[in-house]
Write a protein that binds this ligand. Sequence first.
Ligand code: ADP
Length: 253
Amino acid sequence: MSVVQIEDVSKHYTLGEQQVQALDGISLSIADGVFLAIAGPSGSGKSTLLNMIGCIDTPSSGSIVINGEDVSGKSADQLADLRARTIGFIFQTFNLLPVLTAAENVEYPLLQLKELSAQERRARVASYLDIVGLSAYAHHRPNQLSGGQRQRVAIARALATKPKIVLADEPTANLDHKTGTDILMLMKSINRRYKTTFIFSTHDRRVMAMADRLVKIEDGRVVLLGVRRAKKWTVIKPSARPEIHAKGDNDES
Ligand code: ADP
């Protein structure tokens, strides 16, 4: 099953008199449970594509279906609700709220889920801080944590709403090599254990090496699709209807 279906999506921005074509006819079908890297040079459209999938921005043309829901035509409130329930975000600069503790940062997106009681929220926060190995740091503020610990808090925050999809924009860009590798391994283990779909934008070869699906974009177009089976990459030409199938081939598990 596809968790993200992108059909012929283009996005242009107007800068003064100039038109910038950030995405140019992208079609992609992203299967549930994949660990997908979106790679490409700076300015190729990676962040724009993530913003479209994350319902932060809308396409100029084309359609996007997230978890069975067509994004076009939804109101800002409906999009916010879809985002809150379906998508978790991880950023390269962590984006934690500095005045809140680690636990409060993880709790923050849960406040939007009105069906959760305060007790359920606290239980969720404790369980996700435990998953990322930070139970002992629940009451620390971001400035009392290392970069790697901050990114772990951000991962717990992204996961606490139990999203179908986690979007990560260059998640290792501000971490040293070892910490970046640890963070990637943590995300990969969560992907395997909970079958959460992870979609990354990256320049980092390690992220690409750990991915089981690869989408390379240049000038807003898909130029290569890769599927890994049994540690071997198969390259698919981005032809008329590129699909990134997953079923039964997440083989390193
Ligand atoms: P990447 O993430 O691969 O570095 P981006 O998606 O950020 O690429 O940008 C793709 C292109 O769209 C670039 O030429 C960038 O300058 C342009 N762009 C992105 N966002 C905006 C914006 N809000 N306004 C104008 N141009 C933008």
